[in-house]
Design a protein around this ligand. Structure first.
Ligand code: PSU
Ligand code: MN
Length: 301
């Protein structure tokens, strides 16, 4: 085992016994949702994974340790500190480890730690992607690179339309990442079930997804897979409402000169604020939906 990796007793036991384990990220707790809803949601995600017969492994960097499986106190700490905790992606991990600091892990960093632990399935809300205007800003999330070379299947509700969804799909295609529509032929757009971008691979059962993951390993491919799971219809938002909030958030980010790793958290917070509680409720429900699917896929594996 990697010397910087720390597994909770429950995660260690589940892995040793070959029981299904689902990784959960922590940037969504500290930077993706406001306190205290973030803590409630994170704990509820763990409950949902257990109800489906799998073991949750919430992942973060604590005191420089790469942790898979957090205590309730650690989750409460990450949630209440919010943006004061560093947002940790691949490039941040070596520095946080060397300095023995804390970090809330993005999709990319969560995949890295999950892979070190031997966890193959991970559930989140939305993944990072190619930002609008990336042709000049070069702002492309490290999440996409990680999907290209780290063997973890990520279940998400697509990506938020704060991104350029068409370019995000092109990039994933170039980097060889299979993108699966779970029960859909179209890329879901996080708050809504449709983006207008069609997907080549639709699957309707967790077993089908598990078979594709096994085949990816059997061929000897090192990469991950993106399973996009549409938000349940009853929680979807009206596209006009969400689109206007996103347009406003993008203009505000531009005006304030936000750049680097602050871009995504800034846009997420603006959209949440502009749509008040509505988008937060949708966000929470789609995460629950993804967590349940990830647990079923982990069990099928
Ligand atoms: N998109 C969301 N919610 C999130 C994130 C993205 O709808 O919480 C977080 C995830 O942790 C993701 C990260 O990995 O933002 C991407 O950040 P960046 O674009 O800086 O790579
Ligand atoms: Mn970026």
């Amino acid at each position: 085992m990697n010397k910087h990796l720390v597994l909770s007793e429950k995660v260690k036991a589940a892995l040793a016994e070959g029981r299904p384990v689902v990784a959960l990220e922590s940037t969504i707790i500290s930077h993706g949702m406001p306190y205290p809803e973030n803590v409630k949601t994170a704990l509820a995600c763990e409950r949902i994974v257990r109800e489906h017969g799998a073991e949750p492994a919430t992942i973060a960097v604590i005191g420089g340790k790469l942790c898979a499986g957090l205590t309730q106190e650690q989750i409460e700490y990450l949630g209440s500190q919010g943006q004061k905790v560093s947002k940790a992606s691949r490039r941040d991990l070596p520095v946080l480890v060397a300095r023995k600091q804390d970090g809330a892990t993005t999709v990319a960093a969560t995949m890295i730690i999950a892979a070190l632990a031997g966890i193959r399935v991970f559930a989140t809300g939305g993944v990072g992607g190619v930002h609008r205007g990336a042709t000049t800003s070069m702002d492309i999330s490290a999440d996409l690179e990680e999907l290209a070379h780290t063997p973890v299947a990520v279940v998400c509700a697509g990506a938020k339309a704060i991104l350029d969804l068409g370019l995000t799909l092109e990039y994933l295609e170039t980097r060889g990442v299979p993108v699966i529509g779970f029960g859909t032929d179209e890329l879901p757009a996080f708050y809504t079930d449709k983006s207008g971008f069609s997907l080549d691979y639709r699957m309707d059962t967790p077993e089908e997804v598990a078979a594709a993951i096994r085949a990816q390993r059997d061929i000897g491919f090192p990469g991950g897979m993106l399973i996009t799971n549409p938000i349940p219809a009853e929680y979807a938002m009206r596209p006009e409402v969400i689109d206007s909030a996103i347009d406003h958030a993008l203009r505000e980010a531009d005006k304030q000169g936000i750049h680097g790793k602050a871009v995504t958290p800034f846009l997420l917070a603006e959209v949440t604020e502009l749509t008040s509680g509505n988008s937060l409720q949708s966000n929470i429900q789609l995460v629950y939906n993804n967590v349940a699917l990830a647990a079923k896929i982990a069990a099928a594996l």
